[in-house]
Design a protein around this ligand. Structure first.
Ligand code: NAG
Ligand code: NAG
Length: 150
């Protein structure tokens, strides 16, 4: 029942995109079109995009719970110069130190590249996609996290 009504909503909303009404970001590094069954974590995992980056770049389209994705909707995966595409999908038992070690980066860089993760690293969730680049990507979202270390 729920799945069926969700699909109906998605199809109805998708009609709005057929006319190309929604403009893509001109400075988008990677475009994506929402497919049937997509979730934010699912799109993030299959495109090597941090979940937080996906939701931040598309903040005007995706709500906080990410339950309003529309079939055929164009999304931007990352902004040129700030696009992290080196990622890790959080597994049960992961913590920031183990993730950083496995990715050959540091906990500090991991936290700088994932400004949604708190300093204690207690708010990561299984299935969430994190940026595991070994250098700080871009500087818009990273700056907010850097201030924590000053
Ligand atoms: C993303 O889509 C926009 C609009 O169609 C286009 O201008 C841009 O070149 C695309 N970016 C890439 C990397 O394909
Ligand atoms: C870094 O941040 C500064 C100040 O907000 C901005 O002017 C600059 O364009 C940013 N550089 C990059 C590569 O994002």
């Amino acid at each position: 029942m729920f799945a069926r009504s969700a699909l109906t909503v998605a199809v109805v909303v998708a009609v709005a995109f057929v006319g190309g009404a929604s403009a893509q970001e001109p400075n988008c590094a990677r475009n994506y079109t929402v497919e049937l069954g997509d979730t934010c974590d699912g799109i993030a995992a299959k495109t090597n995009t941090p979940t937080f980056q996906l939701e931040t770049v598309n903040a005007d389209k995706i709500d906080a719970a990410c339950d309003n994705l529309a079939l055929g909707e164009p999304l931007c995966l990352g902004i040129i110069g700030e696009d992290c595409d080196i990622t890790h999908v959080v597994q049960p038992g992961d913590n920031c130190d183990s993730i950083a070690q496995e990715a050959k980066t540091t906990r500090e860089i991991l936290l700088a590249n994932n400004p949604n993760v708190n300093a204690e690293c207690t708010n990561i969730g299984v299935g969430e996609v994190l940026c595991t680049a070994n250098e700080i990507i871009g500087n818009s979202t990273a700056n907010a996290a850097n201030e924590v270390f000053q």
